[in-house]
Design a protein around this ligand. Structure first.
Ligand SMILES: Nc1nc2c([nH]c(=O)n2[C@H]2C[C@H](O)[C@@H](COP(=O)(O)OP(=O)(O)OP(=O)(O)O)O2)c(=O)[nH]1
Length: 146
Protein backbone atom coordinates (compact mmCIF):
# COMPACT_ATOMS: atom_id res chain seq x y z
CA UNK A 1 0.00 0.00 0.00
CA UNK A 2 1.26 3.51 -0.71
CA UNK A 3 0.83 6.29 1.77
CA UNK A 4 0.40 9.83 0.59
CA UNK A 5 1.62 12.82 2.49
CA UNK A 6 1.64 16.50 1.68
CA UNK A 7 5.17 17.83 1.61
CA UNK A 8 6.33 21.34 2.55
CA UNK A 9 5.62 22.78 -0.88
CA UNK A 10 2.05 21.49 -0.76
CA UNK A 11 2.55 18.73 -3.33
CA UNK A 12 1.33 15.22 -2.71
CA UNK A 13 4.30 12.95 -2.03
CA UNK A 14 3.90 9.18 -2.34
CA UNK A 15 6.05 7.06 -0.03
CA UNK A 16 6.58 3.36 0.16
CA UNK A 17 6.20 1.84 3.62
CA UNK A 18 9.43 1.39 5.56
CA UNK A 19 10.67 -2.18 5.33
CA UNK A 20 11.63 -4.04 8.51
CA UNK A 21 13.39 -7.35 7.91
CA UNK A 22 13.64 -10.25 10.35
CA UNK A 23 15.80 -13.38 10.26
CA UNK A 24 14.29 -16.72 11.28
CA UNK A 25 17.62 -18.35 12.12
CA UNK A 26 17.04 -22.09 12.05
CA UNK A 27 19.39 -24.77 13.38
CA UNK A 28 18.65 -28.39 14.31
CA UNK A 29 14.89 -27.93 13.98
CA UNK A 30 14.81 -24.87 16.26
CA UNK A 31 14.42 -21.17 15.56
CA UNK A 32 16.18 -18.39 17.44
CA UNK A 33 13.75 -16.12 19.30
CA UNK A 34 14.99 -12.87 20.82
CA UNK A 35 13.43 -10.85 23.65
CA UNK A 36 13.41 -7.09 23.05
CA UNK A 37 15.04 -4.99 25.73
CA UNK A 38 13.56 -1.67 24.51
CA UNK A 39 11.52 0.46 24.12
CA UNK A 40 9.50 -0.08 27.33
CA UNK A 41 6.18 -0.75 25.56
CA UNK A 42 7.61 -3.81 23.77
CA UNK A 43 10.39 -4.82 26.19
CA UNK A 44 10.06 -8.52 27.01
CA UNK A 45 8.17 -9.29 23.79
CA UNK A 46 9.85 -11.74 21.43
CA UNK A 47 10.90 -11.14 17.84
CA UNK A 48 13.17 -12.25 15.04
CA UNK A 49 16.50 -10.42 14.97
CA UNK A 50 16.53 -7.68 12.35
CA UNK A 51 15.53 -4.08 11.84
CA UNK A 52 14.88 -1.37 9.33
CA UNK A 53 16.37 -1.57 5.85
CA UNK A 54 18.54 1.52 5.31
CA UNK A 55 18.20 3.60 2.14
CA UNK A 56 20.10 1.95 -0.73
CA UNK A 57 20.53 -1.31 1.19
CA UNK A 58 19.15 -4.66 0.00
CA UNK A 59 16.98 -6.70 2.36
CA UNK A 60 19.65 -9.41 2.47
CA UNK A 61 22.38 -6.89 3.30
CA UNK A 62 20.20 -5.41 6.06
CA UNK A 63 19.69 -8.86 7.60
CA UNK A 64 23.40 -9.64 7.49
CA UNK A 65 24.20 -6.25 9.09
CA UNK A 66 21.52 -6.55 11.79
CA UNK A 67 22.51 -10.11 12.74
CA UNK A 68 26.14 -9.00 13.08
CA UNK A 69 25.16 -5.94 15.17
CA UNK A 70 22.62 -7.65 17.41
CA UNK A 71 24.04 -11.17 17.74
CA UNK A 72 27.66 -11.04 16.51
CA UNK A 73 26.99 -13.82 14.00
CA UNK A 74 27.35 -14.31 10.25
CA UNK A 75 24.24 -15.59 8.49
CA UNK A 76 23.29 -16.97 5.12
CA UNK A 77 19.85 -15.77 4.03
CA UNK A 78 17.35 -18.20 2.47
CA UNK A 79 13.68 -18.16 1.47
CA UNK A 80 10.95 -15.80 2.63
CA UNK A 81 8.82 -17.13 5.47
CA UNK A 82 5.17 -16.10 5.59
CA UNK A 83 3.74 -13.01 3.98
CA UNK A 84 4.38 -9.29 4.16
CA UNK A 85 2.87 -8.05 7.43
CA UNK A 86 1.66 -4.47 7.53
CA UNK A 87 2.53 -2.58 10.71
CA UNK A 88 1.98 0.90 12.10
CA UNK A 89 -1.18 1.56 10.07
CA UNK A 90 0.60 0.64 6.84
CA UNK A 91 3.60 2.91 7.45
CA UNK A 92 5.92 -0.11 7.68
CA UNK A 93 6.00 -3.70 6.53
CA UNK A 94 7.66 -6.73 8.15
CA UNK A 95 9.36 -9.31 5.92
CA UNK A 96 10.96 -12.39 7.46
CA UNK A 97 13.51 -14.66 5.78
CA UNK A 98 14.86 -18.05 6.80
CA UNK A 99 18.54 -17.87 7.76
CA UNK A 100 21.37 -20.21 8.70
CA UNK A 101 24.36 -19.51 10.91
CA UNK A 102 27.86 -19.79 9.55
CA UNK A 103 29.45 -22.91 10.95
CA UNK A 104 30.65 -22.38 14.50
CA UNK A 105 29.04 -18.95 15.08
CA UNK A 106 27.11 -18.68 18.37
CA UNK A 107 24.59 -15.84 18.83
CA UNK A 108 25.22 -13.45 21.74
CA UNK A 109 22.50 -11.20 23.16
CA UNK A 110 24.26 -7.89 22.49
CA UNK A 111 20.99 -5.91 22.26
CA UNK A 112 18.29 -8.34 23.44
CA UNK A 113 17.53 -9.28 27.04
CA UNK A 114 17.37 -13.02 26.26
CA UNK A 115 17.77 -15.51 23.42
CA UNK A 116 16.03 -18.89 23.15
CA UNK A 117 16.14 -21.70 20.59
CA UNK A 118 12.53 -22.90 20.17
CA UNK A 119 11.19 -26.11 18.66
CA UNK A 120 7.86 -26.09 16.80
CA UNK A 121 6.16 -27.23 20.02
CA UNK A 122 7.75 -24.38 21.97
CA UNK A 123 6.84 -21.54 19.58
CA UNK A 124 3.89 -20.49 21.75
CA UNK A 125 5.92 -20.54 24.97
CA UNK A 126 6.94 -16.89 24.42
CA UNK A 127 4.88 -13.77 23.69
CA UNK A 128 5.77 -12.64 20.19
CA UNK A 129 5.28 -9.10 18.92
CA UNK A 130 1.75 -9.05 17.46
CA UNK A 131 2.93 -8.58 13.86
CA UNK A 132 4.89 -11.84 14.09
CA UNK A 133 1.83 -14.08 14.54
CA UNK A 134 1.39 -14.98 10.84
CA UNK A 135 5.13 -15.54 10.47
CA UNK A 136 5.24 -17.87 13.46
CA UNK A 137 2.29 -19.80 12.00
CA UNK A 138 4.11 -20.19 8.67
CA UNK A 139 7.30 -21.24 10.44
CA UNK A 140 5.72 -24.00 12.53
CA UNK A 141 5.44 -26.66 9.77
CA UNK A 142 8.96 -25.87 8.54
CA UNK A 143 10.43 -26.61 11.97
CA UNK A 144 8.26 -29.66 12.47
CA UNK A 145 9.54 -31.28 9.28
CA UNK A 146 13.14 -30.21 9.96
N1 LIG B 1 13.48 -6.85 14.14
C1 LIG B 1 12.19 -7.07 14.26
N2 LIG B 1 11.32 -6.03 14.40
C2 LIG B 1 10.02 -6.35 14.52
C3 LIG B 1 9.54 -7.68 14.51
N3 LIG B 1 8.20 -7.67 14.67
C4 LIG B 1 7.81 -6.38 14.79
O1 LIG B 1 6.68 -5.95 14.97
N4 LIG B 1 8.93 -5.57 14.69
C5 LIG B 1 8.89 -4.11 14.80
C6 LIG B 1 9.49 -3.59 16.09
C7 LIG B 1 9.97 -2.22 15.68
O2 LIG B 1 8.88 -1.32 15.77
C8 LIG B 1 10.35 -2.40 14.23
C9 LIG B 1 11.82 -2.65 14.05
O3 LIG B 1 12.50 -1.57 14.50
P1 LIG B 1 13.89 -1.63 15.25
O4 LIG B 1 13.92 -0.50 16.21
O5 LIG B 1 14.17 -2.99 15.77
O6 LIG B 1 14.83 -1.37 14.01
P2 LIG B 1 16.33 -0.93 13.97
O7 LIG B 1 17.16 -2.02 14.58
O8 LIG B 1 16.60 -0.57 12.55
O9 LIG B 1 16.36 0.27 14.97
P3 LIG B 1 16.78 1.79 14.91
O10 LIG B 1 18.10 1.82 14.25
O11 LIG B 1 15.69 2.49 14.15
O12 LIG B 1 16.78 2.14 16.37
O13 LIG B 1 9.62 -3.52 13.75
C10 LIG B 1 10.47 -8.74 14.37
O14 LIG B 1 10.16 -9.94 14.37
N5 LIG B 1 11.79 -8.39 14.24
Amino acid sequence: MRTERVSGNGQADRREPKVVVGAAIIADGRVLACARSAPPEVAGKWEFPGGKVEPGETETAALIRECAEELAVRVEIGDRIGRDVRMAHGRSVLKVYAARLHHGDQPKALEHSELRWLTAAELDSVTWLPADAPIVAALRPLLATG
